[in-house]
Design a protein around this ligand. Structure first.
Ligand code: CA
Length: 516
């Protein structure tokens, strides 16, 4: 385990240019446009191209992967929204950019890849969800949802003011992006267009076009829906993010209460979402959900049957939200074709982290377990990436900034914890690459009582320290891909455990993180 992270320099760019085919060398010298599509909480295992157990609602993302590259081992360093977004922009782990949790404000004076691309002559635009509290910097124009934003008739904020737009948020963001390509884009310089969706973030409100998707049929259940949390650290069973006990009936599950019911918790906010709707939107919603809700009440489900019903409601609404995102990606790709931009544009699809889709009995993210640690990452760039490329190297959201500067040939140094992925994209293998990814989650106790933890993942093993509880977990992913049995205390794993603990400490020191 001696590999060191290659510091981002133009080295990777030069390397790829030297080793690639002549046409690839020539194409790397051109500065491509970049369309960076980011969703919120879209798990890789909800995407057909990642062998999802669900019927695919992502034909356009699947096609993007078939036409370009699918990264199978991309991980976040802290599985919540704002920290991962700040990491994507800066290439730094959470402790270094300062956004450790969702309530911290991003320092807009930090070096980011959009700002560096803007300095290098790129036209830069941001549309959609920002979620970093401070106003965006490094963009020629931005038009963003304040905070989490709303699914229906959302407010948008620009440098000059705010306005409410009527419609479904995913469709509006898609339309704004397409309008930007048609009317705002300059022909004189390459562009960076960041299209950032709210979907499929909680509270999973589908748009009118997808209300009926999957109705009348059951989705498959994950193998660990009824996980009992045996064989692992005690902290997992103390968290509050289970399908069984921690979904709110009105807010999350869309079951309206009786007229005289007293609302508590997030259910108090749910009426406000419905009140934002126009009469037509409200009627479409009522027609879709009220008959299902009446059937649910009449069934008076209990125990595991009730958990199964909640899972189905949650999962269908989640995938309905994804379906609208995928439709929008299809429209955006068509627009690039229509404008004859596709060959010269790198299109990236990713999400800020993964999500539990009933896995381990949960929704939400935060834990270092695979389902929320893994990020989907798909790229298409016809001039450089061969169709059907699969990249299995350990990659991380810290790599995105270095990659996009490398792609644009920007040599301005930028402190980063990541490295450029361009060699992988252009069909070469860097002489040295990371052997482990670093993770540190600290947002505790609220909102979901997930214990603080730090950890390291290699291609086969994962070591996690719940340092405030004095507990550890070690998983052998080859034998136990669902992470159901920690082998931390098994004598056979003594050497593996020691090597991983050493690697974790080396990475902590290399990145300058502190662990109490
Ligand atoms: Ca997120």
């Amino acid at each position: 385990m001696t590999l060191r992270l290659a510091r981002w320099t133009a080295l990777a760019f030069a390397l790829a240019a030297c080793q690639g085919a002549p046409e690839v060398q020539a194409n790397l010298a051109r500065r491509p446009n970049i369309v960076f599509i980011l969703t919120d909480d879209h798990a890789a295992h909800a995407i057909g191209a990642y062998n999802s157990i669900y019927p695919s609602v992502t034909p356009n993302i699947d096609a993007l992967a078939a036409d370009g590259a699918l990264f199978t081992n991309t991980f976040c360093g802290n599985s919540i929204c704002a920290p991962s977004r700040a990491t994507i922009l800066t290439g730094l782990h959470s402790h270094a950019h300062g956004v450790r949790g969702n309530s911290e404000t991003f320092d807009g004076t930090l070096a980011t890849f959009p700002q560096r691309l803007q300095d290098a002559g790129y036209q830069t635009a941001l549309i959609g969800k920002w979620h970093l509290r401070s106003d965006p910097t490094g963009f020629d124009s931005w038009d963003v949802l304040p905070g989490q934003g709303h699914y229906y008739n959302p407010d948008f904020k620009t440098a000059t003011g705010s306005q409410q737009r009527e419609g479904y948020v995913t469709d509006i963001i898609t339309d704004l992006a397409i309008d930007w390509l048609h009317t705002e884009r300059s022909d004189d310089e390459p562009f960076l267009l960041m299209v950032q969706h709210k979907a499929p973030h909680r509270e999973w409100m589908p748009g009118p076009e997808h209300h009926a998707l999957f109705e009348g049929r059951d989705l498959p259940e994950p193998a660990t829906l009824f996980d009992d949390y045996e064989g692992r650290a005690s902290v997992a069973r103390d968290s509050e993010m289970s399908i069984a006990d921690h979904l709110w009936e009105f807010y999350d599950l869309k079951v309206a209460p009786a007229d005289d019911a007293e609302l508590t918790g997030p259910d108090r906010w749910a009426q406000g979402r419905l009140d934002r709707m126009s009469p037509d939107q409200r009627e479409a919603w009522r027609r879709a959900y009220e008959p299902r809700n009446a059937a649910f009440r009449n069934a008076n489900l209990q125990g595991d049957d009730l958990v199964r019903w909640k899972y189905q409601r949650y999962m269908k609404d989640y995938l309905r939200c994804v379906a609208a995102v995928d439709d929008g990606i299809g429209e955006l790709l068509e627009t690039l074709d229509d404008l004859e931009l596709s060959d010269d544009t790198l299109v990236i699809y990713c999400s800020d982290q993964g999500f539990y889709l009933g896995d381990h009995g949960w929704y939400d993210k935060r834990w270092m377990y695979e389902e929320s640690l893994r990020m989907p990452l798909v790229m298409k760039w016809p001039r450089v990436i061969d169709p059907g490329t699969r990249i299995e190297a350990l990659t991380q959201n810290t790599d995105f900034a270095a990659t996009l500067l490398d792609v644009a040939g920007v040599e301005t140094p930028m402190d980063t914890h990541g490295a450029s992925l361009l060699p992988f994209m252009s069909g070469t293998t860097p002489p040295a690459w990371r052997d482990a990814v670093y993770y540190h989650y600290t947002e505790y106790p609220q909102p979901h009582r997930v214990a603080r933890h730090v950890g390291v993942r290699t291609d086969r093993y994962k070591l996690i320290s719940y340092y405030e509880h004095g507990e550890w977990e070690l998983f052998d992913l080859a034998d136990d891909p669902d992470e159901l049995r920690s082998v931390h205390d098994e004598p056979a794993y003594r050497d593996v455990r020691a090597a991983l603990a050493l690697r974790l400490e080396e990475l902590r020191i290399e990145y300058g993180d502190t662990v109490p």
